[in-house]
Structures are given as structure tokens and as C-alpha cells.
Design a protein around this ligand. Structure first.
Ligand code: GDP
Ligand code: MN
Length: 397
């Protein structure tokens, strides 16, 4: 689950990581009040207005603006709230901005002493260990740095038994070229950051930029935080930070009915039981010249109700030109699934306008095929994997 910048910063602050201070606002009036309060607390007269959407590259898209007085805070917030922000990380339509973060300005004009770094904490899947990834080249696209100057990206692997050790934190500060007060600040910063990552059950903390201010403070100016979905049951306060407006509406609906669904770009909807079979089915669709429109694992209990719910979810995607149902009847019997498909089809009536290919294999597979073939509905049945692929090819023309 992804969080907004302001929520990520809240978590960071709760673990003692220094952040650029800010207050979230939903309209221009709240923005002005927030700016006044920040001026009282921090002494800053200038503020940055930052669009809160789940996408990076907001600066490039015009979603981060500097306001030099309250009038500009009001104007710029008014412009940014409600806009469709298009960044290199959003779709072409962009993302609607519902709220902004009013933050203290931490870059002082003409200041050459400030420095922007990149830092993230994440799992290295190759070694199965967490790592801190960091670079002197902060503030810009880290993908670009990785491509053009990979030697400027460092990693520090962490032993799960010990956590981040002091000498590792010092090595990070050293490699970032720091000394004196800012060196000590960075050691504290990265130690607290790593603790925040571990103790919040996060799968990613990405801070770009980490800023060294002209008075040698180290702080998080941005925060991209993902919390592991499987840990949300024990992280209630974070689970409550979920902003459904930022998520794919079909995926939200699927989650509500307990279906494992991931929206994709293709034209063949898939309904499968078991993640491994779902992956194999997606390969099958590709080999037949189609592109999967989704990943959907209906789980072990594919009764009529569930099949119908899955149909409804798949059909919400206007790109779907065919549906392939590929179910292995182990615990659930194939004839029951077949009956479920037929019942769902009849219940949904006109809602289903695309050809359906059903492959049921396992317990009572022959009976299942009979039920499908005798239903009188425009459903194609297949027994073998290859047969299903050929039928997909056939219906896609
Ligand atoms: P992103 O573009 O979505 O990654 O959003 P960021 O939070 O990283 O902000 C984008 C850029 O805005 C940063 O790289 C900074 O250069 C700039 N920025 C952020 N905070 C301040 C600030 O307090 N003052 C000034 N002048 N610029 C800022
Ligand atoms: Mn950033």
C-alpha cells in the first residue's frame, strides 16, 4: 500500500527522522492557515506548495511551487488543488489533486552550501536482505543516474540479525562526502530511517531528496513510502492512511469481495484459481497472440457467486475482448465450477458480450465439459491447455 508524502513524513517524524515540516490542506483557505501556523513554528516566510498524489516527478509536472507570501500561497494552492497533475509517472490523463502539503521552505536563496542526496531502504531480492541505497546525485531521476552514472549509486546491505550497525551508518555518511556536524547528522538520520523502515513493516522508504541545509542539518524533503499489504493487519494506524481515490477502482472493488486482482493493459480477461496457474495462463495468452487484461486468482472456493463476482470485475475493463477461464478442480469439483459459470452467465444476461473460453481440468472434468457444452450458451470449452490457447487465437481473429 502506497502512502502520500505527508503521511510518509508523519511516520518518519514519529521515529525521530528530521523532516521538512509541513501541514496538509484541502483548499486555499486551509493552505493560508497552514502557512501562518508554519511561520509561527519555524520562522519561515516562504513556503512550498506540494501536490499530494501517488506519483513521483511532481516537480516536473508543475505540482511543486514556491510561494513567497500568503497571497501566493492562496493563489498557488488554488491552482494546484483540483488540477489534473501529469508527471512522467502518471498516465496521460494525469492524477486529480485533492490536497496539498504546505511545507516550510528549506532552500535558502543563492545558497551554495545546500546539497541534495538520494536515499532509499528496500529489500534486495537477490540476497534476501534489506539494503540502504544512496547517492550523491539526489533531487533528480534516480533511474537516470542508474543508467548514466551507476558508479555514483552505493548500497549497504544489512544483516537481519544485527540491523544497521554504527560503522555502516558512518560509511554511508563518509561516501556522501560529509564531515563535521553534517556527518554526525547523517549518521543519526540513516539510523533512524532504517529503524522506521523495519518497525513500520514497510517495503520501501525512498527519500529524494535528502537535504543538507546550509546550517548542516540533514532532513527528508520528500518521502515515498510503501507498507507491506500483508502486515497491515498489525499496523492499524497505517492501514487507516489508505486513500482509495489514488487506487485503481476495479482493484479496490475486487479487494472488497476478496478477489486477488491486478489490472493490466491487455485484451483477454483471465479467471484462474491459484497464482501459479494464473501466471502460466498469462503466458498461454501471450503465446496465442493476445495480451492478458488482468491477473485474477479466484482462490479455492470458485462457486457460482464467486465466478459471477469475478465476471463482473473482469467486464468493468472496457478493453476485454475475450475471457479465458482456466480452473484446476482439486478441492473444488469441476462440475460445480461449470455450473457456476453457466449460472453466472445466465444471471448476468446482456452484460456479457464477449466470447468465453472455459478450460476445466481435474476432478469431474468430463462432466464439467458436458455441462458447458449442453448449456446452449456461447461458451467454448477446452480440455487441454493448447486447445484453450487455440480457441483464444480463434476468437481474437
Ligand atoms: P517530486 O518531484 O514528486 O519528487 O517532489 P519533491 O518533493 O522531490 O520536490 C521536487 C523538487 O522541489 C525538489 O527536488 C526540490 O528541488 C524542490 N523543493 C522541495 N522543497 C523545496 C523547498 O523548500 N524550497 C525550494 N526552493 N524548493 C523545494
Ligand atoms: Mn522527490
Amino acid at each position: 500500500m502506497n502512502l502520500h508524502e505527508y503521511q510518509g513524513k508523519e511516520i518518519l517524524a514519529s521515529f525521530g527522522v528530521r523532516i521538512q515540516r509541513g501541514i496538509v490542506a484541502r483548499n486555499a483557505k486551509e493552505a493560508v492557515d497552514a502557512a501562518k501556523q508554519l511561520t509561527q513554528e519555524t520562522g519561515t516566510g516562504w513556503h512550498v506548495i506540494k501536490a499530494q498524489v501517488h506519483a513521483g516527478g511532481r516537480g516536473k509536472g508543475g505540482g511543486v511551487k514556491l510561494a513567497k507570501n500568503l497571497k501566493e500561497v492562496e493563489e498557488l494552492s488554488g491552482q494546484i488543488i483540483g488540477m489534473n497533475l501529469i508527471t512522467p509517472q502518471t498516465s496521460a490523463e494525469g492524477k486529480k489533486v485533492h490536497q496539498v502539503l504546505i511545507a516550510e521552505d528549506v532552500y535558502y536563496p543563492g545558497d551554495s552550501e545546500t546539497n541534495e542526496f538520494y536515499m532509499s531502504v528496500l529489500l534486495n531480492r537477490a540476497t534476501g536482505r534489506n539494503m540502504v541505497m544512496y547517492s550523491t546525485e539526489g533531487g533528480m531521476d534516480i533511474e537516470e543516474v542508474a543508467e548514466k552514472t551507476p558508479h555514483l549509486i552505493f548500497t549497504e546491505e544489512i544483516d537481519p540479525a544485527t540491523g544497521l550497525l554504527p560503522f555502516q551508518a558512518r560509511r554511508i555518511a563518509f561516501n556522501l562526502g560529509l564531515s563535521g556536524a553534517s556527518f554526525k547528522e547523517m549518521v543519526k538520520f540513516v539510523s533512524a530511517l532504517y529503524r522506521a523502515y523495519e518497525e513500520s513493516d514497510a517495503s520501501l522508504f525512498e527519500i529524494n531528496p535528502v537535504l543538507k541545509t546550509s546550517d548542516d542539518k540533514i532532513m527528508a524533503v520528500d518521502a515515498k513510502v510503501s507498507i507491506d499489504d500483508n502486515a497491515l493487519y498489525r499496523r492499524k494506524p497505517y492501514a487507516e492512511m489508505r486513500d482509495l481515490r489514488e487506487e485503481n477502482p476495479i482493484e479496490v472493488e475486487a479487494r472488497e469481495v476478496g478477489l486477488n486482482y491486478v489490472d493490466l493493459d491487455g485484451n483477454v480477461g483471465c479467471m484462474v484459481n491459484g497464482a501459479g496457474l494464473a501466471m502460466a495462463t498469462m503466458d498461454l495468452i501471450k503465446m496465442a497472440g493476445g495480451e492478458p487484461a488482468n491477473f485474477l486468482d479466484v482462490g479455492g472456493t470458485a462457486d457460482a457467486k464467486r465466478v459471477e463476482e469475478a465476471f463482473r470485475i473482469i467486464l468493468k475493463d472496457p478493453n476485454v475482448k475475450a475471457i479465458l477461464i482456466n480452473i484446476f478442480g482439486g478441492i473444488v469439483r469441476c462440475d460445480r465450477v461449470a455450473q457456476g459459470v453457466v449460472d453466472a452467465y445466465k444471471n448476468m444476461g446482456d452484460a456479457i458480450q464477449v466470447p468465453i473460453i472455459v478450460r476445466l481440468q481435474g476432478t469431474n472434468a468430463e462432466l464439467a465439459k458436458e455441462i458447458i457444452d449442453n448449456s446452449g450458451l456461447a461458451v467454448h470449452s477446452a480440455v487441454q491447455f493448447q486447445e484453450a490457447a487455440d480457441k483464444v487465437k480463434e476468437v481474437l481473429g
